[in-house]
Write a protein that binds this ligand. Structure first.
Ligand SMILES: [Zn+2]
Length: 236
């Protein structure tokens, strides 16, 4: 059984109606009242507050050290690609330029985590998956992200959060497929992930079950740790 290969973060079955890249709208310019970096910094702070105790908690000391190393490397990759210059320019970049930045981050993230990050597919997730889906991962190395994240520059934090979250799902999938490639992650945690992925709850019984399952909590906590580290590196 390869049930764990079924996509994460799906709320409905995936249809065939994928919007081609050519049909994507043009990127909007940032028009907020505050400066872009100020608004971005505010968004990061309220995001981290909303995660609350999920940042850097719950696990054993051993697991925490592993994740600190991984999230530190991922935060480095984020800070390298989404540096101050990129933040200043993000609000007026074209969709293609934003997508190129995102691909660069995903690829660097792949190297940092030791996962197979093949590429980023920007699509209309509301049409392909369901309303409100920001992105998903099928364990095949491709990150699928909703075009709305890129179209509206004030959603940069969603772009970073979703990409990092889905990369963590990719790592979970690869660790399940071959635990020997990830000797630093405890076998019991990988077993838990495997059990969860085989019984992945895509929200058919309500949001809570989806939200509180182990692989989702893990992906959310990881992305939170990375964004927390990124914030410190850039002094946001
Ligand atoms: Zn998820």
């Amino acid at each position: 059984m390869n049930d764990w290969k079924s996509a994460n973060d799906l709320q409905n079955d995936v249809g065939n109606d994928v919007k081609g890249k050519g049909e994507l709208p043009e990127g909007q310019d940032y028009k907020g009242e505050k400066s872009f970096s100020e608004a971005f910094s505010d968004a990061i702070n309220s995001f981290l507050e909303s995660l609350g105790e999920l940042i850097g908690v719950q696990k054993s000391k051993e697991a925490r050290e592993v994740d600190e190393t991984l999230s530190e490397k991922a935060a480095d990759a984020m800070a390298e690609v989404f540096d101050q210059k990129t933040l200043q320019e993000w609000g007026t970049m074209t969709m293609e330029e934003r997508q190129a930045k995102l691909s660069e981050y995903y690829s660097k993230l792949g190297q940092s985590l030791g996962i197979d990050a093949k590429g980023v597919i920007v699509e209309d997730c509301a049409a392909t998956v369901g309303e409100g889906v920001l992105g998903y991962n099928s364990g095949d190395g491709y990150l699928h992200i909703d075009f709305r994240n890129l179209e509206d520059p004030s959603k940069l934090l969603d772009v970073l959060n979703t990409t990092t979250h889905e990369a963590r799902h990719q790592l979970q999938s690869e660790a399940i497929a071959d635990p020997s490639r990830f000797p630093e992650i405890s076998p019991s945690l990988i077993k838990e992930w495997e059990h969860n992925m085989q019984n992945y709850d895509n929200g058919q019984f309500g949001f809570e079950g989806y939200y509180n399952q182990g692989v989702e909590v893990d992906a959310r906590a990881f992305a939170g740790d990375v964004i927390n580290g990124y914030k410190a590196k850039l002094g946001l």
